[in-house]
Design a protein around this ligand. Sequence first.
Ligand code: NAP
Length: 251
Amino acid sequence: MRDNLADHNRPLNLALLGYGKMGRTIAQLAPQRGFEIRLVLDVDVNAGGAGSLTPAAGITPANFKDIDVCIEFTEPKAVLDNIRRVAEIGCNLVVGTTGWHNQIEEARKIVEARGIGMVYAANFSIGIQLFYRLARAAAEAFAAFPIYEPYLTEAHHKFKKDAPSGTALEIKRQVQPAFKGREVPVASVRAGFIPGWHELGFDSEADTVILRHTARSRQGFAEGALYAARWVMGKKGLFDFADVLEKGTGC
Ligand SMILES: NC(=O)c1ccc[n+]([C@@H]2O[C@H](COP(=O)([O-])OP(=O)(O)OC[C@H]3O[C@@H](n4cnc5c(N)ncnc54)[C@H](OP(=O)(O)O)[C@@H]3O)[C@@H](O)[C@H]2O)c1
């Protein structure tokens, strides 16, 4: 990992773990946001995943010699091995992969033991982060009127591996406390090439109120991940992207 950060004007050297739809979108946007892609490790060179003899094999001190920060968008079963290896090298990172957050405490131990900084989120869209705040406020308002029943729906492309989406689970986590004793149901669709939408609805016999977020492309996720990558430089600890937006100076 590169340790001379004295020149604040130079681009940050970025490593990408995973070069699928998100990795490629980040690679396209990164030069416009002051990053230089120095290393790309997709599954073929990283050989990751549980059960592999050499998980995260591409993450080596030699490969990371000039790297300032790393962004991970791979698949759930690869994440912890990737975090462990990047942390051993002492590089800060951003993790966008979803479907593994039940292991977040394991990640926290690794991050704290190695003294690195890491930002994670089920959704790096700034719009979704603001949606969470609106969802909490709406849930509090509607929970006071039991004639309204809350529900969540979401749809994504057929290639998405987890369902419900990490974002739907996070919206549920945000709104459920307002509806004590009433479960907020979640329904998922996986079809076609939908970049992703989420709806939080409140339905009564008389009417329906819907809050909806629609991702038009993956660029919003890439913007947020790159913003987090710059923010995490020099930080220590595990941070949710929502905290980053609270603490950050705006995009
Ligand atoms: N947080 C957010 O804002 C956000 C936004 C969009 C997507 N996501 C999540 O991010 C993840 C990736 O999404 P995506 O759309 O980019 O998926 P994708 O197109 O399937 O790309 C994932 C890439 O990672 C590769 N990969 C798998 N294991 C790896 C490993 N151990 N090391 C390096 N590369 C590895 C895959 O290779 P193979 O295909 O050959 O296995 C693939 O090229 C998913 O979990 C998705 O739900 C999060």
